[in-house]
Design a protein around this ligand. Structure first.
Ligand code: NAP
Length: 327
């Protein structure tokens, strides 16, 4: 008999077909995620769960799903999962690292450039019928070439940003708890403390995971340290940046612009005053959303799920060493 699994949203066929071949799978077809109650009900008798970042997986959830052996998250970030609760119950957790690194860095750079060169404002200007002639002072932005990029976090995506910055002859500063001397020469990076990072960056790009330590890490005090001409880019997780502090900093000219793919809350309320600011560009959490990458993510998530169900080591484990123990 095939193992029972719940797939909490339709994912690309490249992964889904593998899941359907190996498992007795129920797939949630709605655009919106299942409520917690529904997620529990659907997973209660399952051995595997293919989850999304909108599904909160904690001890209370796991205790109601006693057969669950593996949670395969369709994302590299896993802040929706209390990993220790899974480990304590012998539930293997997997994510999708690596395959979305370049696509996400491409998009972080897209946000950086859109903000620096006021692309969305330009589009609005044309659409509103305001484009009458070439203007010497029209929509002046900021140069990217030769500017200073500050990377908060130098993991996979932060490093990929540094590679892109080389082509723009940028000075690149970074802060990460773990100094990467091996990469400093190759990518022409300077390791600095947090204060220097915020003070000197023309562009400050966030690439840390969401943890208790990074939650709210970019806040009013940090905005005060930044240059008034600085541009913030957040393609990591919304709660790392305090939304109301960002709104005030943009409104009051403490920083010049922000381009974000993630918000807190998510989605941002449509009546939030930040959406009225012209120096704010936001996208609906699509940094990894290329056809190729979402297919690769689906495949890794499926491979993690199937390995966990077989009692094998996951190809992309979060709690490495935990082989699904439950029966
Ligand atoms: P990663 O390789 O794990 O890199 C994260 C880096 O941040 C690591 O080097 C980590 O250092 C560092 N870090 C942790 N805490 C820090 C702190 N307090 N201050 C400074 N640096 C800190 O992860 P990744 O693959 O680059 O992805 C980063 C994040 O991007 C993910 O966690 C996810 O939330 C987000 N993401 C978003 C999208 C999207 O669609 N918008 C797509 C992909 C990823 P240590 O390793 O030493 O802890």
């Amino acid at each position: 008999m095939k193992p029972k699994v719940f797939v909490s949203r339709r994912i690309p066929d490249r992964g889904l077909e593998k899941v359907l071949e190996f498992c007795d799978a129920e797939v949630w077809e709605d655009e919106l995620p299942p409520s917690r109650e529904v997620l529990i009900e659907k997973t209660r008798d399952c051995e595997g769960l293919l989850s999304l970042l909108t599904d909160k997986i904690d001890g209370e959830f796991l205790d109601q799903c006693p057969k669950l052996r593996v949670v395969a998250n369709y994302a590299v970030g896993f802040d929706n999962i209390i990993v220790d609760d899974c480990t304590a119950r012998g539930v293997a957790v997997g994510n999708t690292p690596g395959v979305l690194t370049d696509t996400t860095a491409d998009f972080a750079f897209t946000l950086l450039m859109s903000a620096a060169r006021r692309v969305v404002e330009g589009m609005d200007y044309v659409r509103a019928g305001r484009w009458k002639t070439w203007g010497p002072m029209l929509l002046l932005g900021r140069d990217i070439y030769g500017a200073t990029l500050g990377l908060l976090g130098l993991g996979r995506i932060g490093s990929a940003m540094a590679e892109r910055a080389k082509g723009f002859n940028m000075r690149v500063l970074y802060y990460d708890p773990y100094r990467r001397e091996d990469l400093e020469k190759e990518l022409n990076l300077e390791y600095v403390d947090l204060d220097t990072l915020f003070e000197q960056a023309d562009f400050l790009s966030v690439h840390v995971p969401l943890t208790p330590e990074t939650n709210g890490m970019v806040n009013a005090a940090r905005f005060k340290q930044m240059k008034k001409t600085a541009i913030l880019v957040n393609s990591a997780r919304g709660p790392i940046v305090n939304t109301n502090d960002l709104y005030e900093a943009l409104r009051d000219g403490e920083i010049a612009y922000a381009g974000v793919d993630v918000t807190d809350p998510e989605p941002i309320q449509t009546d939030h005053p930040i959406l009225k600011l012209s120096n704010f560009v936001v996208c609906p959490h699509i940094a990894s959303a290329s056809i190729e990458t979402r297919g690769r993510m689906a495949e890794i998530a499926a491979d993690n799920l199937i390995a966990g169900l077989k009692g094998e080591a996951l190809p992309a484990p979060v709690n490495k060493g935990v082989i699904a123990k439950r029966k």
